[in-house]
Design a protein. Structure first.
Length: 516
């Protein structure tokens, strides 16, 4: 009989925990257009796969009357489940309980699942909808945040870490998402900032709304803090599920391979004419990517920020690859501070988690000007150089057109340990463009010529004949193969198959000192 009473007590507590802060708080959450912590978990995981941990824990604060306000779960739901049958851990802040604020107990619950995820080698997803540190608990709440930050750092490059921002995320709370691999934000209800609109107005006299200061579009387009921006929470969690499908469980495994329904030998005849004859005319590099990858399926990362470079995930013959590509359609595909940082971070993620990197190169150089130099383009460009040089995963480059100067060096050149360098016949590999080069090399001759324009035109034509093609670099071994664009898909698949058992390592060291 006592066992029956105990079971009833357990059931009653579990049912109460399911309601978080209560029905009124849930209704208030829904009225804001937001889902609850548990509804979000249901969207993330396979049906009926979630197993909760620490469901009945409560806070331990006895100040400010807090001992009279206790809720099971205390502001966060934690546990594990599956995404397409693969193990994933989660913590989801519950805004219906004390505004999802972080207490000592909440911090302990989160660090527990992070440690479990690292121990068994599985991704962890943090769902952020929180009012920040719980003021009533003071320094213990701050210590809780710092404990989370430390694990973000220690497990970086060990297990994938993904953040979903679906509500407020302010102050010190933003540093945990910033330390994770990918951030997803939903429009209208989510925002991130270190100091809120009221503080900003007091200090700088700027009047700004939360959306204008740290909304999803601000961080998706202007700051680059967030990698994916979605219109709804449903789309956001579907996006996380898609991302997880491209990446491995941890740094010792490879990404899942799916059956390929797209012929590896498929000819992409449109690629033979995709690069314009006029070297200054743009084209869309995304068209090149989607024509080559399996089923035209390209999952772009950082879509709205630094659009002069493209990064994202795709599959070739069912296997995950990271794509990095210059975008001639935007700023002629030049490298600048933002695009260098964007690509460097992506390359390093791929290298951490054993994902081959395929680079499509059409780069006229680095963006010139005082704004870039004053913004530290030297350091930022060096980040991308460092990322490619450090990476030991299979690295393949396809030069579609321009590969000029220092930008050629940076974009996975042969001397950066690029494994296979392909070039299309339209490739131009040189220190700079023909006109600029001729004005420097033949400055005296042109100045002394009777018809300066004719002389310059002749020199440009000669320079193009000698250098605006891939054959000089091919002859010196800096390119491994000049290939017809139409067969690029098959050549990449064959190269990746050849490189699947690649072994490469860096000199022993504690860690390098990337130019931050």
């Amino acid at each position: 009989m006592s066992n029956e009473r105990d079971l009833l007590k357990l059931k009653a507590r579990a049912e109460k925990a399911q309601m978080g802060g209560g029905i009124k708080a849930i209704e208030k959450q829904h009225a804001k257009g937001k889902l609850t912590a548990r509804e979000r978990i249901d969207l993330l995981f396979d049906h009926d796969s979630f197993e909760e941990i620490d469901k009945l824990r409560t806070h331990t604060c006895t100040d400010f009357g807090m001992e009279n306000q206790r809720f099971y779960g205390d502001g966060v739901v934690t546990g594990f489940g599956t995404v397409d049958g693969r193990l994933v851990f989660v913590y989801s802040f519950d805004f219906t309980v004390f505004g999802g604020t972080l207490s000592k107990t909440v911090g302990e619950k989160i660090t527990k699942v992070m440690e479990m995820a690292a121990k068994v080698g599985a991704p962890v997803v943090g769902i952020n909808d929180s009012g920040g540190a719980r003021i009533q608990e003071g320094v213990e709440a701050l210590a809780g945040y710092t404990s989370i930050f430390l694990r973000n750092i220690l497990y970086s490059g060990v297990i994938p870490q993904i953040s979903a921002i679906v509500g407020p995320c302010a102050g010190g709370a933003v540093y945990s998402p910033a330390l994770t691999d990918f951030i997803f934000m939903v429009r209208k209800t989510a925002y991130m900032f270190l100091t809120g609109p009221k503080v900003v107005e007091e200090v700088t006299h700027e009047k700004v709304t939360a959306e204008e200061l740290g909304g999803a579009d601000v961080h998706g387009k202007k700051s680059g803090v967030t990698h994916f921006t979605m219109d709804t929470e449903q789309e956001l969690f579907e996006g996380i599920r898609t991302l997880i499908g491209f990446i491995p469980q941890n740094n010792t495994e490879n990404s899942p391979v799916i059956p390929c329904t797209d012929d590896p030998k498929r000819i992409c005849s449109e690629l033979n004419s995709i690069v314009p004859e006029n070297p200054n005319k743009p084209y869309d590099m995304k068209d090149v990517i989607t024509k080559i990858v399996d089923n035209a399926n390209f999952f772009e990362v950082h879509k709205d920020w630094a659009q002069n470079i493209i990064v994202g995930f795709a599959r070739l013959n069912g296997k995950s690859v990271g794509i990095v590509a210059n975008q001639p359609k935007v700023m002629a595909g030049v490298l600048d501070s933002n695009s260098s940082v964007k690509a460097a971070r992506f390359v390093r993620f791929c290298d951490c988690f054993n994902i081959p990197v395929v680079t499509f190169e059409d780069v006229p150089g680095f963006l010139p000007g005082t704004a870039q130099e004053f913004a530290g383009v030297i350091d930022h460009g060096a980040k991308l150089l460092y990322a490619y040089g450090e990476a030991t995963v299979p690295k393949i480059t396809v030069i579609t057109r321009k590969a000029y100067g220092g930008a050629y060096c940076v974009m996975n050149s042969k001397q950066l340990r690029g494994d296979m360098i392909f070039a299309w016949p339209s490739a131009e590999i040189a220190v700079m463009g023909a006109e600029g080069a001729c004005k420097i090399i033949f400055a005296k001759e042109i100045a002394q010529a009777e018809d300066k324009e004719k002389m310059l035109a002749e020199k440009i034509e000669d320079y193009k004949e000698r250098f605006a093609n891939p054959y000089v670099a091919y002859d010196k071994g800096f390119i491994d193969r000049i290939t017809e664009p139409a067969v690029t898909r098959f050549k990449l698949i064959k190269a990746l198959e050849m490189l699947k058992n690649k072994r490469s390592s860096n000199p022993p060291k504690k860690h390098g000192n990337i130019p931050l």
